[in-house]
Design a protein around this ligand. Structure first.
Ligand code: BGC
Length: 734
């Protein structure tokens, strides 16, 4: 038959099918058999409902629930491939009982894969960027936006929620996480998940745990003491789980003290279930499952994205009596329970159009709260709207701003799916946004590819604004924290040509700045999302008074890091591949995290190393004064002090409280234990009262396997950064 005739007949057939489907949608549907089933009773608990469903399941249906059905581009599609929604994976439901398919999508800073599926997603600022707001409300808006956009696109589970601590700032995924402090990171990720899951998508927290470098992530064994593990990465997860109540935890690729994270009984059962009481399910990172029996016994509930170990092999193990039916039932129960608890059964997904304009405004607002002002010599900023001439310099500064890569990548409008490793720029133009802010100024552009020409342009302008970028991605680490592509030389040349030079960083993580004292202003925009440029312009021109503070330390040099040289995998390794396609039975190399609890500022404090910009640092266009610290002991000690806006502009101050534990605790000099965002008009003062969770004042005692607060003298310190703490007060506790 002629090919065109075949195509014609096919399209007629497709139209007919679509018409029937549309008719069916319009016609009232007969009620499904399960509509009045006992488990549809919403007054029962998720556990009760899950148990009622479990009783109805065949062995094959149970097995279907504990593994994924593949991912486009990952092996051969199976017979269910067409049931997927175009995301990273899905797990079958039980149609005859009203249990929906779990449609999963990556959604670190926005919903992934929109290009491939012909959809649109908003890119929020990177997770690390948004963490700079220290704002639990912004974290909630962040999560809610992603939850809504997931559902609009047909998903009911997110794979976002990364909270690995910045133990290694060169980690290529640092931008997907929430910084170096467990209390700040855990609180922010928890609030993000809380609001994401309230949209009736299963919330996920990842990568559990200590997946703190990407180099050799599939084969690295992380060596770390129990105490350090509990007080650092695990504490961030614990706080995130307590606040956000995510129904899923994704175990990571790496091994922890000898056992791969997805078959690690200590982290998956002893800590997650027994110590913290987690009731949701654990899914493996993609290809992160290494066994059937060991993983199942350790506490892995769901293998993703396929069924190498949790399909036929699992069924066989049950039939052979190697895995008990009750062990399988427990895994299935947790998955069903999660579907009920997050509302997947009671609130089925109905696709809709993403609220493009509303969500752009949210993305811009969060970015405005996330931009950190690091330097402002002689009040260079805010710029006057009546400035005569501005040179805008930098790669893409005329057309866009860069974003983070890997499975976090969000596709910009008008662009095809990005290749793995491609640098993706969102069409948000710094040049246009700056011109819009100063319409009468002459605003000129130079890409910086010819530094001499850019310097000449800067010399002729009142102000030079240089946009520099540092891209990174999953599956790689940065060699160092130097700006790539000779951008340091470009900044130095511009600064030499014009003393009114302001640098805007579009950065993944910390950056070293050999030119720090040569420029007038430094603004950290991070990966700023879909509407980054207007947010940056609003800060540059003072429409928004910056309030954000660094959630990571910017060191002077990588030589000051706990591990100046990244520990790399052996040469044969597949570390460069985004994911491991064959399964290792044991790790091939180790990283010894012997710095223990000394992550970020705790390391620099303890080692007395000076830094470029400290944790918690960020300037405002106004100034604040702290006074009158009072500490009241009690079950939850309270810290009270006053903050006054001593400048002439309204502003928000993130007031930070740190504690030094008694010497017997043998801890770094101080730890963050609380903070408050205080909005103040010029001249206004406010009292700040923070009650401190005793857990935040505790240490993990390996002998008794629990957190405990030691009796003794505690010093509380308050101020505007980890290195500017004018108020001190000591008190004996317990
Ligand atoms: C990443 C996960 C991601 C998954 C699915 C893995 O390579 O580590 O964070 O959710 O892929 O895309």
């Amino acid at each position: 038959m002629n090919i065109y005739r075949t195509m014609y007949l096919c399209s007629i057939a497709a139209l007919a099918v679509a018409a029937v489907a549309a008719q069916a949608q319009r016609r009232p549907q007969p009620e499904p058999a399960w509509a009045h089933a006992a488990w549809m009773n919403q007054s029962l608990s998720p556990d009760e409902r899950a148990d009622l469903v479990l009783k109805e399941l065949t062995l094959d249906e149970k097995i279907d629930l504990i593994h994924g059905e593949g991912m486009a581009g990952w092996g051969k599609p199976n017979q269910y491939a067409l049931l997927g929604n175009g995301g990273a994976g899905f797990t079958l439901g039980v149609d005859r009982l009203g249990i929906p398919i779990i449609q999963m999508s990556d959604a670190a800073y926005g919903v992934r894969s929109s290009a491939m599926n012909g959809r649109y997603s908003t890119a929020l600022p990177s997770n690390l960027g948004a963490a700079s707001s220290w704002d639990t409300d912004a974290a909630c808006q962040y999560g809610a936006l992603i939850g809504r956009e997931l559902r609009a696109q047909g998903y009911n589970m997110t794979l976002g929620g990364g909270v690995n601590l910045t133990r290694e700032p060169r980690n290529g995924r640092t931008f997907e996480y929430q910084g170096e402090d467990p209390i700040l990171a855990g609180t922010l990720v928890g609030n993000r998940i809380r609001c994401e899951q309230a949209e009736h998508v299963i919330g996920d927290i990842k990568h559990y745990a200590v997946n703190d470098q990407e180099s050799g992530r599939n084969e690295v064994n992380t060596i770390i003491s129990k105490r350090a593990l509990q007080e650092t990465d695990l504490l961030a997860f614990h706080i995130g789980i307590e606040i956000g109540n995510p129904q899923a935890v994704m175990c990571s690729y790496n091994a922890i003290n000898g056992d791969f994270a997805c078959e690690n009984k200590y982290t998956l059962t002893d800590v997650l279930r027994n110590q913290w009481g987690f009731k949701g399910f654990v899914l493996s990172d993609w290809g992160g499952t290494h066994s059937t029996e060991k993983a199942s016994a350790a506490g892995l509930d769901n293998e993703e994205p396929g069924e190498v170990f949790y399909g036929a092999a699992y069924k066989q193990a049950v039939q052979d009596g190697k895995i008990s039916m009750s062990e399988l039932d427990e895994h299935v129960h947790r998955i069903l329970r999660a579907e009920f608890a997050a509302g997947l059964v009671d609130h089925p997904v109905h696709k809709s159009v993403v609220d493009v304009f509303g969500d752009l405004a949210i993305a811009r607002h969060i970015e405005e709260q996330s931009i950190v002002l690091l330097r402002n010599q002689n009040h260079q900023l805010p710029l006057s709207m009546s400035v005569h001439s501005i040179a805008v310099i930098g790669d893409h500064a005329d057309t866009g701003m860069i974003s983070g890569g890997g499975s976090a990548q969000v596709d910009p409008p008008g662009q095809p799916t990005a290749r793995w490793g491609q640098h993706v720029w969102f069409p948000t133009s710094p040049l246009k946004s700056i011109q819009a802010m100063a319409p009468q100024a002459k605003v000129s552009f130079a890409s910086g590819s010819d530094p001499a020409a850019a310097a000449a342009l800067a010399a002729q302008s009142d102000v030079a604004i240089v946009f520099v970028n540092q891209w990174s991605s999953e599956g790689m680490d940065l060699h160092d924290l130097t700006l790539p592509d000779h951008q340091d030389d470009l900044v130095a040349a511009i600064a030499k040509a014009n003393p009114h030079t302001v640098v805007v960083l579009e950065n993944a993580t910390a950056v070293t700045m050999p030119w720090v004292n040569q420029v007038a202003g430094i603004v950290v925009a991070w990966f700023p999302g879909s509407d980054g440029a207007p947010a940056v312009a609003n800060v540059l021109f003072g429409k928004v008074n910056p309030s954000a503070k660094l959630p990571i330390t910017f060191p002077l040099s990588v030589a000051d890091l706990p591990h100046p040289t990244l520990v790399m995998p052996p040469p044969h390794s597949e570390a460069a591949a985004p994911v491991q396609r064959h399964v290792l039975t044991s790790p091939t190399f180790s990283v010894n995290y012997d710095e223990g609890v000394k992550i970020g500022y705790k390391w620099y404090d303890a080692e007395q190393k000076p830094v470029l910009f400290p944790f918690g640092f960020g300037l405002s266009y106004t100034t604040f004064r702290y006074s009158g610290l009072k500490v009241t002991p009690g079950e939850k000690p309270t810290v009270t002090f006053m903050v006054k806006n001593t400048g002439s502009r309204a502003g928000v101050e993130i007031a930070e409280v740190y504690a030094a534990l008694p010497a017997s605790a043998n801890e770094p000099p101080k730890r963050l234990v609380g903070w408050s965002r205080v909005a103040l008009n010029p001249g206004e003062s406010k009292d700040v009262t923070l009650s401190i969770d005793p857990m935040y004042l505790s240490i993990f005692d390996e002998a008794t396997n629990q957190f405990k607060m030691l009796p003794g003298s505690y010093t509380f310190m308050a101020g505007g950064s980890s290195q500017s703490l004018p108020l001190h007060g000591s008190v004996n506790l317990q």
